[in-house]
Write a protein that binds this ligand. Structure first.
Ligand code: UD1
Ligand code: PEP
Length: 422
């Protein structure tokens, strides 16, 4: 298994271009099942994208992929779908696989999808996905670890209120509703920008969707959707990670290709921490100016502070001049990085869903283990700031969500290499 070796203590300086958003590319690839052909531009070159491609190929999709230095264009042809089963061996690799359920059911009236199960960050149920599709008329049973869904004819438009905010369930419901009979009203929806991106793509495919970006979404179901082309939005979590990299390494980075508005919550917290963040042409300039103040954060559904940036922000707070509290409200087990950060000299206490961080003057390199995607990158950030050498094992998680991570960091002065089978 690959490892990363980082020699820390170098302030990062330069430009980093933000790639397309993983969490937008994945549902949009699944949404392609609602039509015969979808061409996607600015797709990030990530293992999760390859996993979604494998899953769709299993279902019968074919692909024409053009690889550019900074992204992929993917043409998905779904005109010969021949298998409505999403098998365990692919689904267990990636939770986002659950997003083929809504489109398959809505377009082909049935689907059998392996339960995605839990993962390192929490149990991650799919009850809301099932509930909303049942409300639309689907007959759903779970057996032998699979969700079996079918509907006589078409799904029906409904009025439905989610009893909990869920990105995934909102996405499955929206996709299913685009081909349902009649109008669907969804309340208490997640408002993440990636859901807006999906909706814009669905509109290009001929969907009628109102309330995009709000918690109440109205969809007028269509008999069919048409072929379309769409460019994936920039990855706000990747952008936020590099913004924190500038701060934690006492550096100065231009993060290019990100809009301030979708990352405002992090900007506000970085400003409070005493980090300078200013808009530049097509992005943000992030500069360390001599201090890291303690700042408390609480993760919450968008527009709250993103849980996908919690681990990275915790790395930054390990070096703050005081004590900061981080509260994780989305996932019940998203503090796997704490133990590893402590191996590097951080001082963190966890009580229930709160981590109390007492800032230390510096971190020291150590051998650490990556447990999930954002935990992994939080260790990279800590390693970049730490004295001496850090070795991070099990880094395959990083390739799920960070395109060309080492290259982007090296371009800004980082001393980071990947060691094979270390
Ligand atoms: C590929 C992708 O885009 N993943 C993102 C998506 O994950 P995902 O879509 O899985 O996250 P959800 O918003 O659905 O989950 C939020 C919470 O709701 C719970 N829940 C969810 C569904 C359900 O049926 N029942 C239930 O109880 C989950 O266990 C979790 O505690 O949103 C998360 C929250 O912003 C992000 O961290 C992930 O990066
Ligand atoms: C949790 C994440 O992804 P997933 O939902 O695919 O596990 C993430 O991107 O941080």
């Amino acid at each position: 298994m690959d490892s990363l070796i980082i020699k820390g203590g170098i302030p990062l300086k330069g430009n980093i271009n933000v790639s397309g958003a993983k969490n937008s590319a994945l549902p949009i690839m699944a949404a392609s099942l609602l039509t015969d052909k979808l061409i996607l531009d600015n797709v990030p070159n990530l293992t999760d994208v390859a996993t979604m491609q494998n899953l769709l190929a299993e279902i019968g999709s074919t692909f024409t992929i053009t690889s550019y230095p900074s992204n992929l264009s993917i043409e998905i042809d779904n005109s010969k779908i021949n298998n409505l089963i999403a098998p365990y061996d692919i689904v267990q690799k990636m939770r986002a696989s659950i997003w083929v359920l809504g489109p398959l059911l809505s377009r082909f009236s049935q689907a059998r999808v392996s339960l995605p199960g839990g993962c390192a960050i929490g149990a991650r149920q799919v009850d809301l996905h099932i509930e909303v599709l049942q409300a639309m008329g689907a007959d759903i049973t779970v057996d032998h670890g699979y969700i079996n869904a079918k509907v006589k004819g078409r799904l029906q438009g409904i009025s439905f209120t989610f009893n909990k905010i869920s990105v995934g369930a909102t996405i499955n419901a929206i996709m299913a509703a685009t081909l349902a009979k009649g109008e669907t009203l969804l309340f208490n929806c997640a408002r993440e920008p990636e859901i807006g991106d999906l909706c814009q793509c669905l509109k290009n495919m001929g969907s009628e969707i109102y309330g995009i970006g709000t918690s109440s979404i109205r969809i007028i179901g269509k008999d069919y959707l048409k072929n379309a082309r769409y460019s994936i939005m920039p990855d706000r979590i990747e952008a936020g990670t590099y913004m924190i990299a500038a701060a934690i390494t006492k550096g100065d980075l231009n993060i290019c290709g990100i809009n301030y508005k979708i990352i405002k919550n992090l900007v506000v917290k970085l400003l409070k921490a005493g980090i300078e963040v200013v808009p530049i042409n097509n992005g943000l300039k992030v500069t360390y100016v001599g201090k890291i103040n303690p700042v408390n954060i609480q993760t919450n559904p968008y527009p709250g502070f993103a849980t996908d940036l919690q681990a990275q922000f915790m790395s930054l707070m390990t070096l703050c001049s005081g004590s900061a509290t981080i509260t994780e409200n989305i996932f019940e087990n998203r503090f796997m990085h704490v133990q590893e950060l402590c191996r590097m000299g951080a001082c963190i206490r966890v009580k229930d869903n709160k981590a109390i961080i007492s800032g230390v003057p510096s971190l020291v390199g150590a051998e650490v283990m990556a447990s999930d995607l954002r935990a992994s990158v939080s260790l990279v950030l800590a390693g970049l700031a730490a004295q001496d050498q850090t070795i991070i094992h099990r880094i395959y998680h990083l390739d799920r969500g960070y395109q060309a991570l080492e290259q982007k960091l090296r371009n800004c002065g980082a001393n980071i290499i990947r060691a094979k089978n270390f």
